[in-house]
Design a binder for this molecule. Structure first.
Ligand SMILES: [Zn+2]
Length: 599
């Protein structure tokens, strides 16, 4: 067995290779100013938004958000696993890769344990599908759905036998492995007993973008509820980010033109069986912005596939509003509705590959779907209907990034309403961008009020913590400014990554940007670092970065203090005044006074 590659070697390798050379050998680069640019190899585009920074030794694409160091580039571009990418770079650099067998006792190794446990579970379930006395029902089910052994193998489909402790007996030999099984969401504890979460189900392993099993989805065979059951959130599985079937789709199609988002695992597998290997499914959640960013990272087009019923229409409305802010020029989103009572699985079996693929190609483009949805129920021949349509459409169009696509949508709105672009501009200026779609979306626009000057940028880009991460990442030596500071406790989603980053730099202050990017390659922290690369900022030096860091920290602290203050006020205000103790009343008066002075 190959051992771990020691960190010091990875650092050494990164300091020896030049990312410009590594990329240029595969994607010819052009020097523009300080950086090098090219058309991005990871998404379709006409004008280059892919850039390589020779000083900091990283690449980043402003179009699709792909980014990382030289190792990450090789992994993505040549679809290599981490050790192979290291081998390949080492060969060029004339270095020999040493291996060490000792595991370091950090989080990383725990994640490794979880990964290897999930892998063992996946293999166990696959064996049961072949061997277990009871598996005939599972195999029958798959055969009836027309699945070949080949596809079942590609998706590593397995079978969790009926009974409460099959997996527990197979993999839970000792206390440590039982704890790991609980942490991985595979065992549930109740009434002082441990039992298997998945029982009598067809098992669909959920793979991350490196093909490692990180969770399972199980479809029931008997009458148990629920019909579909997913792993809970764990250290290695975050529902809102993962897409079932994405790994297989990327493997099956080298240059993905589009990805189809469907609802269930069986839809993904059935479409692959019928020669449509580019479908993915969300895991029991609505399509999120993270999901879509992931999709656009690999191809320029997404096709949403929904059931034709009311629930499907609602989901489509939500998807439309989620995709709008991501519609940069060159991207497309389409909407496809299944006939009532059908899903992609039954539909593709009913009409066959050719017809189904034609439907995908002819699916309604976003611009058309957008106006159809908003006009429904309006008489757009009447003046009133036209006015109403422009009021509904304007705040949503505001969500689109500035660019040609947004201009086209404005033109289309102007054509449909007969209003001049000047008149529409007026309406636009009176409206705020539409709020995020809620589970139950009201079609009405928010009351026109505030003037909007800045283009809508994703909230994360304005995030103070993400900004601090980007400063530390690009100027690692500036982190020293924060070593003695306590970070405020907030629920900011990036705070954990910032702490990890600081912790690492405390231990290894000499780390470079590329080394930091490599440290969390393929892990959630790594995704946050890549996101931080997208923050376009002035060219600071380490000293300016230090000042900016301290300012951001102050800002974060003020924000935090304000929030807890508001929380205290709200709590006292919402309580029944008569129920308040004298002390509470005094506190409330003091807080209100303080607030009045603050305003
Ligand atoms: Zn790109």
């Amino acid at each position: 067995m190959k051992g771990l590659i020691p960190q010091h070697f990875i650092d050494e390798l990164l300091s020896r290779v030049d990312i410009v050379e590594v990329v240029d050998r595969r994607v010819p680069l052009k020097k523009t100013g300080q950086n090098y640019t090219a058309r991005c190899p990871f998404h379709e585009e006409k004008t280059p938004s892919f850039s390589v920074n020779p000083d900091k030794q990283f690449y980043y694409c402003f179009g699709c958000g792909a980014g990382g160091n030289a190792i990450g580039f090789l992994m993505e571009y040549e679809r290599l696993e981490f050790p192979q990418a290291i081998d390949s770079l080492a060969t060029v650099a004339g270095l020999e890769v040493p291996r060490e067998r000792v595991e370091n006792p950090e989080k990383v190794s725990r994640r490794k344990d979880l990964h290897s446990l999930m892998e063992q579970a996946a293999q166990y379930y696959q064996r049961q599908l072949k061997q277990h006395d009871n598996s005939i029902r599972a195999r029958d089910y798959l055969i009836k759905r027309g699945l070949s052994g080949e596809i079942a193998k590609a998706f590593q489909i397995g079978f969790a036998p009926p009974g409460w402790d099959n997996l527990l007996k197979a993999l839970g030999d000792d206390e440590e492995s039982r704890q790991l099984l609980i942490d991985a969401g595979m065992l549930v504890s109740g009434d002082n007993k441990l039992y298997d979460r998945f029982r009598d189900r067809i098992m669909f392993p959920i793979l991350d973008n490196r093909g490692q099993t990180i969770a399972f989805g199980g479809r029931v065979l008997g009458d148990d509820k629920p019909k579909y059951l997913n792993s809970p959130e764990t250290d290695i599985f975050h529902k809102g980010r993962e897409l079932y079937g994405l790994y297989q789709a990327r493997k099956a199609v080298r240059n993905l033109e589009r990805l189809v988002i469907v609802e269930g695992y069986m839809d993904v597998v059935a479409l692959a069986q019928h020669g449509i290997p580019y479908a993915v499914a969300t895991l029991g959640t609505a399509t999120s912005e993270d999901h879509l960013r992931k999709v656009f990272r690999y191809c320029p087009e997404v096709v949403f596939c929904f059931d034709g019923d009311e629930a499907g229409r609602k989901a489509a409305r939500r998807a439309m509003e989620t995709v709008l802010p991501l519609m940069e020029d060159g991207r497309q989103a389409r909407f496809l509705f299944m006939p009532d009572g059908e899903d992609p699985d039954t539909q593709v079996r009913a009409i066959g590959t050719t017809l189904f693929e034609q439907q995908i190609l002819k699916a309604t483009p976003l611009e058309e779907h957008f106006f159809n949805t908003l006009s429904s129920g309006l008489n757009t021949d009447s003046l009133e209907g036209k006015a109403r349509l422009s009021k509904l459409a304007a705040p949503l169009i505001q969500l689109l990034p500035r660019g040609v696509y947004r201009e086209l949508m404005m033109d289309a709105l102007s054509q449909r309403t007969g209003l001049s672009s000047g008149a529409l501009q007026n309406i636009l200026e009176q409206t705020t961008p539409a709020p995020k779609a809620e589970a139950d979306t009201k079609p009405a626009a928010p009351p026109p009020k505030q003037k909007v000057s800045a283009p809508p940028i994703p909230a994360s880009k304005r995030d103070p913590v993400l900004y601090m991460i980007s400063l530390v990442l690009l100027h690692p030596s500036s982190a020293a400014a924060l070593f003695e500071e306590a970070l405020p406790t907030t629920d900011n989603p990036y705070l954990a990554t910032l702490s990890s980053l600081l912790e690492l730099l405390r231990k290894r202050p000499e780390s470079s940007t590329a080394m930091l990017l490599g440290h969390w390659q393929g892990q959630p922290e790594g995704e946050v670092l890549t996101l931080a690369l997208s923050l376009d900022k002035p060219r600071y030096d380490a000293e300016k970065a230090q000042i900016a860091l301290q300012e951001s920290l102050q800002h974060l602290r003020r924000q935090n203090a304000q929030r807890s203050f508001q929380g205290a006020v709200d709590k006292l205000r919402n309580a029944n005044y008569a129920d308040l103790s004298d002390e509470d009343k005094e506190n409330l008066r003091a807080l209100m006074q303080q607030k009045a002075q603050g305003d």
